[in-house]
Write a protein that binds this ligand. Structure first.
Ligand code: PMP
Length: 361
């Protein structure tokens, strides 16, 4: 009997592979730290849990499809018109809406590689072709090469700043020069999932860039700095035509009422959340400085993770981390991405990295 016809674009496409969860520990004597998905190690704030509880009492109803309350709060917080905001199920959900809106069979989407694992998947699903431009030797976007890669089939360029998994942020001046070279009918998506962790004063702030460029769309998320990864809320800031298109490609009622309530409440507790981010940024500074003292060469990270280039030793290093109760994210043959966690987790990681580099493993 003939089998169901699936789209050819899906052939050979992997499904998204999440960072391993901590799971039940095989060694109950030792805590296990999950440093594989760039999550926030701090639990939700009590006020956020209360808002979640309250919203849960209306779970028999569909949520507000256009997240009116959240959009109003975001508009206020970031000083952008409500018409320029679109929400979705995490920024990866919003990215999928963006790609659905702009690209399909016969089109090209340019992005740096290595970058976020979801890019090839969401582009592949759309039927468009991925054009991957290698990072520079110091793990940064090569914006000249990316501009050279644009053809008349390019519909979209995705920039990831800070770049997952390597860490560097794109600088203002290089982005300005790049945007000069991008045709005005090509959408430039600036994925700023980690923007709140950025400290380099030269680094791009997508919201400033968007204000001056109608073909720029910024993606932000509540998953990282706001600590709501489990609730799936992200948003885009873009000009009217793009934002309208994102509302059309959204899954109806995708962002739950509970998620909307938690996001709105988080915006009321930004000072507290910012203190946590400061603590994580301080930990990042300490982790990078210690790794460099130990003799590792790590790219500058402006995010909540560090990139360890390990080549063929990648899997061995990840295994050694696991033996010590640390779950990190290996990229076979390339390196490991390690999330900056609470200080005890980072202490343990720095002990393992020291042992590894001294060859005493
Ligand atoms: N963009 C980048 C660069 C990421 O690293 C991630 C999370 N790993 C996301 C987007 C997606 O995050 P979320 O869908 O949880 O907002």
């Amino acid at each position: 009997e003939p089998r169901v016809k699936l789209r050819a674009a899906l052939e050979g496409l992997p499904s998204y592979r999440p960072g391993r969860s901590a799971g039940p520990s095989s060694e109950p004597a030792q805590s296990v730290y999950k440093l594989s998905s760039n999550e926030n190690p701090f639990p939700p704030l009590p006020g956020v849990l209360e808002a979640v509880n309250e919203a849960a009492s209306s779970l028999n109803r569909y949520p507000d499809m256009f997240a009116t309350g959240l959009v109003a709060a975001l508009s206020d917080r970031f000083d952008v018109p409500a018409e320029h905001l679109a929400t979705g199920t995490g920024s990866v959900g919003v990215l999928q809406q963006v790609i659905q809106a702009c690209a399909g069979e016969g089109d090209e989407v340019v992005y740096a590689w290595r970058s976020f694992e979801a890019y090839p998947i969401v582009v592949g699903i759309s039927g468009a072709e991925s054009v991957r431009v290698p990072l520079t030797a110091n793990a940064r976007h090569d914006l000249d090469a990316m501009a050279d890669a644009i053809t008349d089939r390019t519909r979209l360029v995705v920039l990831c700043t800070p770049n997952n998994p390597t860490g560097p942020a794109i600088r203002r001046a290089e982005l300005a020069a790049f945007l000069e070279r991008v045709p005005s009918d090509v959408l430039v998506v600036i994925d700023e999932a980690y923007r709140e962790f950025v400290r380099d004063p030269e680094a791009v702030d997508g919201l400033e860039v968007y204000a001056r460029h109608p073909n720029v769309c910024v993606l932000r998320t509540f998953s990282k700095a706001y600590g709501l990864a489990g609730l799936r809320v992200g948003f885009a800031v873009a000009h009217d035509d793009v934002a309208d298109a994102l509302r059309k490609t959204a899954v109806p009622f995708g962002v739950s009422g509970v998620a909307q309530a938690a996001a709105v409440e988080s915006l009321k507790h930004e000072a507290e959340l910012r203190d946590r981010v400061v603590e994580l940024v301080d930990e990042r500074t300490r982790v990078m400085a210690t790794l460099r003292e130990q003799g590792w060469s790590v790219p500058d990270s402006e995010a909540n993770f560090v990139w360890m280039e390990l080549g063929e030793s990648t899997e061995d290093f990840a295994r050694k981390c696991a033996e010590n109760g640390l779950i990190v994210r290996p990229f076979a043959g390339e390196g490991c991405r390690v999330t900056v966690g609470e200080s005890a987790a980072n202490d343990r990681f720095l002990r393992v990295s020291q042992e590894w580099i001294s060859g005493s493993e």
